[in-house]
Ligand binder design. Structure first.
Ligand SMILES: Cc1ncc(COP(=O)(O)O)c(C=O)c1O
Length: 402
């Protein structure tokens, strides 16, 4: 199993690590030098925003604020910009509902800190975002994993599971984590009906939905669907946002929007000196001017080309795989024929010069062995095509040996 080597490394070490350090051995972030990276959702380097003017002003004109520790809740001017930004999606909130964080992942971590006791169940889709699983595991959460259909997380299955837990007198989940738009990894976008139903279920069963929505604005076609947060009347949804995908991940600016009592508690768990005010200032400026929205339009057009190159590459070089064409976002989920060992395909692909992620990392409990997750964000369309060709070669070689 993928975690066994990590487990071995830890128990053979002279140091007495915590059990949660078990997952660190097989880092998916160590890229082989020179490899075509289709494994993680890195920003496309030629499209990183130009922030020279904003950074200079932040240092020159606002140094006493930007080079100081930041307020726990974030800079007021940025929180106000975030209020305006999410209002475009039908989310109505005030500054007091917005907590600025070091990206969406940090917001998720803070939410876990205030809600999760060891052994508490979190509702997640299977598969789901691998790093979110890592964060939730660090809080010793257990998972209630629910499958997805083309409309998103299966609400009927969830209801059946929740009724079963209730009937058995078991601990009910406090949280649900999901990615409704251009899901990582499956690319599925949740329908409006499903969103409304899940918000109603959150109220009925008393859990909080963590709506992680970093890709929402990177839509290539089709109509946008309102966020779950826009249907939330009683504070059962915390919207997690970030500029990592719409500006630059290195800025490390994200947010959580929720009931004031919740975000205040999350803020009190921050032990980071306040999110970097220098970055916050830059982001507030980019949001205020039309630079960010222009950047999003340009980036979406580029990502559409990348998506097309990857989908076409699969049709040409790996037709045995089932793939869904995502309408936006960064990721493609590939299902190889039953019985294929995706880990072996990914390992051979690395030898040939392309990195993809083994789908097992995305499963909370039972894993599937025949899925791969690919990101089309980081390299250009031509390189994506080459990468998929090499992946197809890896698959063909292993198929011939089987
Ligand atoms: C589902 C999901 N959430 C959040 C993030 C980004 O998190 P952060 O804002 O911490 O960079 C990613 C990046 O890959 C993601 O895929």
């Amino acid at each position: 199993m993928w975690f066994q080597s990590a487990f071995r490394e830890i128990y053979m070490s002279a140091f007495r690590y915590a059990r949660r350090a078990e997952v660190l051995g097989d880092s998916v972030y160590d890229h082989a030098p020179g490899a075509i990276v289709l494994s993680s959702g890195l920003a496309y380097p030629p499209h990183l925003p130009d922030v020279v003017r904003e950074a200079m002003e932040a240092a020159r004109d606002h140094g006493t604020q930007t080079l100081q520790y930041g307020p726990l809740m974030g800079l007021e001017e940025l929180r106000d910009e975030i209020v305006r930004f999410v209002a475009q999606d039908g989310v109505s909130c005030d500054r007091e509902n917005v907590l600025v964080t070091y990206g969406a992942k940090s917001a998720l971590d803070l939410a876990c800190r205030i809600f999760v006791e060891p052994g508490d169940r979190i509702i997640v889709a299977a598969p789901t975002y691998m790093t979110a699983l890592q964060i939730m595991r660090a809080h010793e959460a257990a998972f209630l994993d629910i499958s997805q259909d083309e409309e998103g997380l299966d609400a009927d299955e969830l209801e059946t599971q929740l009724e079963r837990l209730r009937k058995n007198g078991e601990r009910m989940p406090k949280l649900m984590f999901d990615v409704p738009d251009f899901h990582n990894p499956t690319g599925i976008t949740m329908s409006e009906n499903r969103r409304r139903r899940l918000v109603a279920m959150a109220e009925h069963y008393g859990f909080i939905i963590l709506e992680d929505d970093p890709y929402r604005r990177l839509r290539f076609e089709g109509e946008a669907i309102p966020p779950l947060k826009s249907f939330d009347e009683n504070g059962h949804v915390i919207a997690l946002g970030t500029v990592s995908k719409i500006l630059a991940p290195g800025l490390r600016v994200g947010w959580a929007i929720g009931a004031k009592e919740i975000v205040d508690r999350m803020a009190m768990q921050k032990a980071d000196g306040g999110t970097n005010p220098f970055s916050q200032h830059i982001v507030a400026d980019l949001m205020r001017s039309n630079k960010m929205s222009k950047h999003i339009d340009d980036l979406s057009a580029e990502m559409r080309l990348h998506r097309n190159a990857m989908v076409e590459g699969f049709a040409e070089f790996l037709p045995d795989a089932k793939v869904r064409k995502p309408q936006g976002g960064y990721f493609l989920w590939a299902e190889l024929p039953e019985g294929t060992n995706a880990e072996a395909v990914a390992a051979r692909a690395v030898e040939l010069g392309v990195e993809v992620s083994d789908g097992r990392l995305c499963f909370p409990n039972e894993t599937s062995r025949n899925h791969l997750r690919l990101a089309y964000s980081f390299v250009d369309a031509k390189t994506i095509r080459k990468g998929v060709r090499l992946l197809g070669q890896a698959y063909d070689e292993l198929k011939a040996q089987a």
